[in-house]
Design a protein around this ligand. Structure first.
Ligand code: IP8
Length: 264
């Protein structure tokens, strides 16, 4: 058979891509005012809306009143350091507990979540590229990989707090999803917190944003920084209010949506 014919007869290899990355912020899946309290009804509602999404997606969730509560108590931060070993253990356990609840509630809503702790694809503070590139194949089976912000082993007896927002940035850089969505308990990015003036679209410049309360991993500021980088790399990034979960679906389905878009 001539060479060119062999070339054309080769079955085309489908390009497997994670189409959508969704970060469920701790502010929406937990009650940040009450330590160790999950917002079960919000998780359930979001899960039932995610059933309407027909593309492969991956979820990353934050720590809220689980991981952040204990990280503050044990003075643990994003900088690798020799933190209290008891603190490391407690923060880790609290994130596993919250993750288990998210998985259970997703499952009850008819989704097929697949737990993927960041230790599965991040070593020290570097992504294991080969492992990250396997994630779309997992999502392609119909499973929904679910990862979360965590306390990570850094080496040399040091640990650090890894934000779910940072995980979103890492995954976007390597997997180039169709779009990414940050779900929080507010409508999007406000230019003024008092008047709740929403910024509908952000292109290149860092916006003047309202001052908001920080947490261990940097709160809204960290999210915005991550979203700016992700959009600069060509991914559209949406910020939506998870209290109205239809907005997540609308952003994904390119319907008119309420929130902030960082245009990629
Ligand atoms: O809420 C933080 O993840 P984030 C995880 O996405 C811990 O910043 C352990 C505090």
């Amino acid at each position: 058979m001539p060479k060119y014919e062999r070339y054309f007869l080769k079955p085309s290899i489908p390009l497997i891509k994670i189409m959508i990355l969704i970060k469920l912020g701790g502010s929406i899946i937990t009650n940040k005012q009450k330590p160790l309290t999950a917002n079960v009804s919000a998780i359930k509602q979001i899960a039932s809306h995610l059933r309407k999404v027909k593309e492969q997606c991956m979820i990353v969730h934050g720590g809220g009143s689980f991981g952040h509560y204990w990280s503050v108590k044990y003075d643990m931060h994003t900088k690798p350091d020799r933190y209290s070993i008891k603190g490391v253990s407690i923060v880790k356990n609290s994130m596993v507990e919250l993750n288990k609840l998210v998985l259970q509630l997703f499952h009850q809503s008819g989704l097929n979540p697949y737990c993927l702790p960041p230790t599965d694809f991040i070593f020290g503070n570097k992504p294991i590229i080969k492992k990250v590139k396997e994630i779309p194949k997992i999502a392609n089976t119909g499973l929904i990989p679910v990862s979360y912000g965590d306390v990570m082993w850094f080496g040399k007896n040091k640990f650090y707090i890894l934000s779910g927002d940072k995980i979103m940035g890492i995954l976007t850089r390597i997997l180039k999803p169709r779009l990414a969505v940050f779900v929080t308990n507010v409508d999007g990015v406000y230019s003024n917190i008092k008047t709740r003036k929403l910024i509908h679209e952000i292109t290149t410049e860092r916006p003047t944003i309202a001052d908001v309360k920080m947490d261990v991993t940097g709160g809204m500021n960290r999210k915005i920084k991550e979203a700016m980088n992700m959009s600069r790399n060509g991914t559209n990034v949406f910020f939506v209010n998870g209290k109205i979960p239809q907005r997540i679906v609308n952003a994904i389905n390119d319907k008119e949506f309420e929130g902030t878009l960082f245009r990629g």
